[in-house]
Design a protein around this ligand. Structure first.
Ligand SMILES: *[C@@H]1O[C@H](CO)[C@@H](O)[C@H](O)[C@H]1NC(C)=O
Ligand SMILES: *[C@@H]1O[C@H](CO)[C@@H](O)[C@H](O)[C@H]1NC(C)=O
Length: 796
């Protein structure tokens, strides 16, 4: 923008003599610049100027303006600075005169210097520094340095701006004379903690065109005041810690900040007294929160700790630390027996509830999940009914006889790792039910008793045991009714109810009964009672209570039987055979024969086993006719019993010889010899005839019987006795016949006199004075033989 040169010509002030002219020029025109055509303006011709030697007079102001006479113009001689010329004076003009000579004339010339905006506002300093406390209140004022603008008027200082203007605003105050103060006013509190330093630019502006400005930097340092309470870095800390963590375990570090400086910002941490203060400790300086005591999840799961943070001046904040206690599997399950049966009957059905248990595990989740089991091999099971409730039930049939008591161990374990468990032992008694019958120790019993026992003798004991208990196992023994040979068994034996001892009621006779059996019942005391029975067989043992009985030779009171031995008999001649029986049995009936006394011991011997009497040397004429042998028959019993028999032997070749001898013999016995002899003789003949007939008849009968080939079955007990069968092997004997006896047939061994078939020889000489007795005997024999088909007598 160029500067316009303004010409102000005051025509009004021009007069004839003394003219006056004014010009207005801006300051700072270039040297040589035209101010005005003064010649023209004054109405003068240039020549006049020349002739008048026109010049300007201005005191000391000349230097700025020069007159060019030849052209009649005023020019700028030197640069004019209005501010130098006039300072802050608004009207600034140069006054001078132009003088002419020939005629002397002078003219007043005024050159007004107009301001141009050539000066910016300026500040004395480049920077202003302020220190302002942050506690300064809003409205606080701070005077600022003014700017200076040498220009005047509109070009002078016009306004200020402050930038940025967040905290401060500018305020200009006019005090009298128009001098302006400028202030900056705090409109928003300062916060050192937010911003410690501010740098503001104050700009001063003038009103010129173009506008000029000057700036100054305002540096503000905010001074700290303890205006900040400490502040927790986090309003809430959430941490977790395992229960049972060791004392001293660091949970977290609480931190707080205090934006104040120095002591104002020094923070201490503390936990106010509370329940948690016993468990937690905070380092006052570092804020490290650590465990001080034992924490237990089961007591409390969450702790809220208020940590107080405070600065030295007592400003404080509270940080909250939430400590979650994490569960550890530190509690074994606890087993509470809610109800239980101590005793259960053995006939309980499977599924019977025995015990109810409640299991508690204060741990959480897996650590508190509990399962229970029973020890192995028990007829019980454990069932979970609902949460934490378990029942122990019977799983199979119980049997008190197998196990009368159980120790049921219930073990409950949680699912924590490692798992914790606890157990409880329940003792269960099984009560008895009468479900077992008594059982005899043996399936059958056999007892022995020796005959001729004393009545009341105990034979043996039956024993039954009952697996049940107490009354259910109390066994009584009962003799079951039966009969032995038509007699109630109770008349034979009795059974002691308590002990099972079997007593003989009577004295037994082996020869009458050899054995019998009966049943004994064992019954327990249960309700209803159970029983079982057993067969008992009693075997009667033989005793040697019967002496041997000599069947032959027949020993009759007065009769005299003699065996005849011819004098010509060789050595070993069979004289006769002593036949004896013993109704006992076994050893007791095993007979042996011995010669006890003999007229001549050297002549005869008796077969030990068979009772045969034989000669042992040649008979001589010197031998007495009459030989008397006493044979003793002994059985083998202990002690043995014996019988003796006297065998008369006549060593003679003829009857008369014998008779003569035996007459003497009988004479000794004071018999009426003659009469007796004849009677005997007669009877012998008769008997001989009779027997001959009898044999014939029987032979016929047997023949028939054999023809019929009917096997014989006897329904009667038989004690057969077979005397040794004899055959004369040497062929020298005079008994060319076979003895075959079937002797004893009896239904009652006590009637120990056996019936017997006759054995004899034609050489037998029977001399019995009481002939009727013999006859009777023969008769009775016949009748017996008739009665029984089994009897066989062969007499050849
Ligand atoms: C059960 O335990 C008790 C005591 O420990 C013991 O006396 C008894 O013999 C045990 N019973 C069984 C059947 O194990
Ligand atoms: C004896 O026991 C058997 C089974 O061992 C039984 O069959 C019988 O009836 C019982 N007798 C009596 C009389 O009780």
């Amino acid at each position: 923008m160029g500067w316009q040169v303004l010409f102000f010509i005051s025509v009004l002030s021009l007069d004839a003599v003394q003219g006056q002219v004014s010009y207005s020029i801006p300051e700072e025109m270039n040297k040589g610049a035209l101010i005005g055509n003064i010649a023209h303006d004054l109405g003068l011709v240039v020549d006049r100027l020349k002739s008048g030697k026109a010049r300007i007079y201005s005191g000391n102001t000349e230097e700025y303006i020069e007159l060019k006479r030849e052209r009649g113009v005023l020019l700028i001689k030197d640069r004019i600075d209005r501010e130098t010329l006039c300072g802050q004076t608004m009207q600034c003009a140069l006054h001078f005169q132009m003088i002419l000579e020939n005629p002397m004339e002078f003219y007043t010339v005024t050159v007004e210097i107009a301001d141009i905006n050539d000066n910016p506002p300026t500040f004395e300093r480049s920077e202003m520094k302020y220190e302002i406390s942050e506690s300064a209140l809003t409205g606080a004022r701070f005077i600022l340095e003014k700017a200076i603008d040498n220009d005047v008027g509109v070009n002078g200082l016009d306004s200020y701006t402050l930038n940025p203007s967040d905290n401060f605003v500018l305020k200009t105050i006019s005090r009298g004379e128009g001098t302006k103060h400028i202030e900056m006013v705090l409109q928003k509190p300062l916060d050192r903690e937010k911003r410690e330093h501010f740098s503001l630019i104050l700009t001063a502006l003038d009103g010129g065109e173009p506008q000029l400005s000057g700036t100054i930097q305002i540096t503000i340092t905010v001074l700290d005041a303890n205006d900040n309470a400490p502040v927790c870095s986090k309003p809430e800390y959430t941490e977790s810690v395992k229960e049972n963590a060791a004392i001293g375990t660091v949970i977290t570090t609480v931190s707080a900040t205090d934006m104040d400086k120095g002591n104002n910002g020094k923070i201490t941490y503390a936990i106010p007294k509370s329940a948690a203060s016993n468990l937690f400790h905070i380092d006052p300086e570092s804020g490290v929160l650590a465990l001080k005591g034992k924490i237990d999840y089961e007591k409390r799961r969450v702790y809220e700790i208020d940590v107080q943070v405070s600065d030295q001046a007592g400003l404080s904040d509270a940080c909250k630390v939430i400590v979650e206690v994490k569960d550890e599997n530190d509690n074994p399950p606890s087993i509470n027996i809610m109800s239980k049966s101590n005793t259960v009957s053995e006939n309980m059905k499977p599924g019977t509830v025995l015990t109810m248990l409640n299991i508690q595990d204060p741990d959480s989740n897996e650590n508190g999940k509990v399962m229970c089991i029973l020890n192995d091999n028990l007829p019980f099971a454990i069932k979970s009914t609902s949460n934490n409730f378990f029942t122990v039930v019977t799983d199979s049939d119980l049997d008190r006889e197998r196990a009368s008591e159980y120790n049921i161990t219930v073990t409950c374990s949680d699912e924590g790792v490692p798992s914790l468990s606890s157990s409880v032992t329940l003792t269960l008694q099984i009560s008895d039910v009468n479900d077992n019958a008594p059982v005899f120790e043996r399936s059958s019993y056999e007892g022995y008793i020796v005959e001729n026992n004393t009545p009341g003798l105990s034979i043996f004991t039956v024993k039954a045991s009952d697996a049940d208990w107490n009354q259910n196992a109390r066994v009584s023994y009962i003799l079951e009714d039966s009969s032995v040979n038509g007699v109630p068994v109770s008349s034979y034996v009795s059974v002691s109810a308590d002990s099972g001892v079997i007593h003989a009621v009577r004295s037994f006779d082996y020869e009458q009964i050899k054995d019998f059996h009966f049943r004994v019942k064992a019954q327990d005391g249960g309700s209803p009672p159970l029983s079982s029975n057993v067969t008992v067989k009693i075997i009667i043992r033989d005793q040697n209570d019967n002496p041997p009985q000599v069947l032959y030779p027949v020993q009759t009171g007065g009769s005299l039987v003699a065996e005849m031995v011819p004098r010509s008999a060789d050595v070993g001649y069979l004289v006769t055979k002593v036949v004896a029986v013993d109704v006992d049995s076994g050893q007791n009936a095993w007979l042996s024969y011995k010669l006890q006394k003999a007229t001549d011991r050297a002549l005869f011997e008796v077969g030990l086993q068979n009772g045969e009497i034989r000669t042992i040397r040649q008979v001589t004429d010197k031998d007495a006719v009459k030989q008397r042998l006493t044979v003793i028959v002994e059985d083998n019993g202990q002690p043995s019993r014996s019988a003796t028999v006297i065998v008369n032997v006549a060593v003679a070749d003829s009857f008369p010889e014998v008779l003569s001898e035996f007459t003497e013999l009988t004479h000794d016995k004071e018999y009426n010899d003659n009469l007796t002899f004849y009677l005997v003789l007669a009877l012998a003949v008769v008997s001989f005839l009779f027997i001959t007939c009898l044999v014939v008849i029987i032979s016929v009968k047997i023949y028939r019987w054999r023809q019929s080939r009917i096997l014989y079955h006897s329904n009667l007990p038989v004690i057969p006795y077979y005397p040794p069968r004899y055959s004369d092997t040497l062929g020298t004997g005079t008994l060319p016949h076979v003895y075959n006896y079937e002797v004893c047939r009896t239904t009652d061994s006590r009637k120990s006199d056996c019936k017997f078939g006759r054995a004899g020889s034609q050489n037998v000489l029977i001399m019995d004075p009481s002939s009727t007795g013999t006859m009777q005997r023969i008769q009775s024999e016949k009748s017996i033989l008739d009665e029984s088909d089994s009897l066989e007598v062969r007499w050849l």
